[in-house]
Design a binder for this molecule. Structure first.
Ligand code: HEM
Ligand code: HEM
Length: 177
């Protein structure tokens, strides 16, 4: 499979970035929702891992966006899709990119504004506060909920294309010849 995409399927770099990001985001959702309730010892480790994993998603998304503009020969949307469906599919993909930038940006802003960054990475020696009360934290929660719903729709759409429309949309995002 070639690094670059072709009209028939996504290349290995686009696929690798897609599936690695997907895996990280699922782990970050789970960690984000449980880490608040962990015992003090585990808390520091999981908060650190969440922040490092989140920043990795940001880096991967920036690489992905740059590569998206360099890798021009990508698969088109299936021919049978109506105008409004095309608009919805393109809009949803861009909204996912936008939310990945917004959620990672708000996470980093939370770390800076709440002083959590010093606790996690600069050995400040203070315990992690029970409530993190800075405006980007509210935004982070909102973006996490929006992204989760959008990804639910995204996965449902991928499965619908695969099992009902049988138009090869899922296969071209999978390794193969
Ligand atoms: C959970 C995190 C996920 C994220 C953040 C994500 C994000 C994206 C984005 C932004 C695109 C657009 C690619 C582009 O044109 O630049 C895309 C394409 C795609 N994704 Fe996902 N995805 C995720 C999970 C999944 C899962 C679990 C599936 C399969 C069930 C899936 C199936 C696909 C397929 C088939 C395409 C290609 C669509 C097409 O060719 O038009 N994705 N994904
Ligand atoms: C794709 C990337 C990310 C996802 C999917 C994600 C997801 C989540 C979720 C679901 C929560 C729980 C929100 C709630 O309480 O309802 C959370 C909390 C949090 N996230 Fe993220 N996050 C991401 C990136 C980041 C980054 C880059 C940072 C910082 C560098 C960060 C820092 C935090 C912090 C400090 C909390 C608060 C935990 C608490 O409640 O005490 N996140 N995240």
């Amino acid at each position: 499979m070639s690094l670059r995409s072709s009209p028939a399927r996504y290349g290995s770099l686009a696929q690798g970035l897609h599936w690695l990001t997907a895996l990280l985001i699922v782990c970050l959702f789970v960690a984000g929702n449980v880490m608040d309730d962990l015992a003090a010892g585990q808390k520091l480790t999981v908060y650190r891992a969440h922040a490092v994993g989140g920043i990795t998603v940001l880096v991967l998304t920036l690489i992905r966006l740059v590569w998206r503009f360099m890798d021009r020969d990508r698969p088109e949307l299936p021919a049978g899709m109506s105008g409004p469906m095309r608009f919805a599919a393109r809009g949803a993909h861009w909204l996912i990119y936008l939310l990945m930038l917004a959620i990672t940006g708000s996470g980093i802003a939370t770390l800076i504004m709440s002083g959590l960054g010093e606790i996690l990475f600069m050995g400040a020696g203070r315990p992690i506060p029970d409530r993190i009360d800075v405006p980007p934290m509210d935004a982070h929660e909102l973006f996490a909920t929006l992204l989760m719903w959008l990804l639910f729709l995204h996965i449902a759409a991928a499965l619908y294309h695969h099992y009902f429309r049988k138009d090869g949309v899922l296969r071209r995002m999978m390794p193969g010849r």
